[in-house]
Design a protein around this ligand. Sequence first.
Ligand SMILES: *Cc1c(COP(=O)(O)O)cnc(C)c1O
Length: 408
Amino acid sequence: MTTSEIKQLYDRFVVANYRKLPLAIVRGEGSYVWDAEGKRYLDLFPGWGVDGIGHCHPRVVAAIREQAGNLLHVANNFYIEPQARLAQMVSERSFGGKCFFCNSGAEANEAAIKLARRYLADQAAKTLRDNPNAELAPTRYKIISALNSFHGRTLATVTATAQPKYHVGFYPLPAGFVHVPYSDADIVEKLVDEETAAILVEPIQGEGGVNVPSNDYLPRLRELCDRHGILLIFDEVQSGVGRTGRWFGYQNWGVAPDIMTLAKALAGGLAIGAMVAKPEIAKSLVPGSHAATFGGNPIACAAGVATLEAIEQEGLLENATRIGNQIKGRLRALAEKLSLIREVRGLGCMIGCELDRPGADIVTRCMDRGLLINCTHDRVLRMLPSMAATEQEIGQGMDILEAVLKGA
Ligand SMILES: *Cc1c(COP(=O)(O)O)cnc(C)c1O
């Protein structure tokens, strides 16, 4: 089908809830995709971060093919080998937690919010059992999250997402969510009270403009949570799985969360989500308390195992850092000459370039020249290139971006 034929079907049959670029992508390989007319594009924003190690990575494709020939799906009341293996790999590369698998970032965060509330309810019940004369403590249920965050689109996660534009028309929102400025631990300290259950933040904000927090932010949140006996939840849906040059974004600051959530790049292109919780906390999700029918299915988990193996065996963490430095170096040099670039920031393959004006037009002009990037938060050009991209591909992409920015 041609792009225009595909578009006609969309106009009639698909809900128009996405702002579209006028391309139908029909094939992908590594850092490149091809549209329905056969034109090739260098993709520095592959799958919104989902194709973290590039399009159709051969190891991932092979793992999916093999698993598909063996078993597509069984229910979670059976043991599923690829799920067990992926859980082990994630746990051993993070903080020794246990995994609950689901199918998206929103679902992973929803699980984290539910677990935090349930764990603290269990703690309160335990206190009362151990000491029947104890004063009944208030229920800890509030989740503190940051302005300009993004945590998903379900009712609870969109409420945690502290961007009013995503709330319009969806009231009433669930109760118990508190919003604070990002990278400001003083305010969080003032707002933690007897009803607080958890602090939920992205180690680096993605949709909010690729915002890297001050170096004391995550350590201070850790200290606050320890002092108050509440939970620290890191949303690593975008920053996790090697994106920042470490397995998980928080490892850049050396503080571990109590719960972390993953999705996007975890299965190299397939739908997956994971919530990872310290074993002591994970205990609160007893049988019957939470579930996801498709969660942890053999195909997605086999793809996840192959993705983590590829990152490890192909040295992609180091490559992510190299790519990031190359992009930041090029853009910062350009910023000396062009006043429209306000700031260049990010870690590894998670890069934002803040402009003095809206960036949508730049994205379109890059696309016309065969380069795919994104613009978030109106003025921040964002790149989440494949961790397996080569220096030459990145150089090519920067040449196009530079030409477009010079002409702006
Ligand atoms: C994309 C994203 C989500 C939502 O993930 P979905 O799979 O779209 O539900 C949540 N948190 C962060 C940080 C994200 O980038």
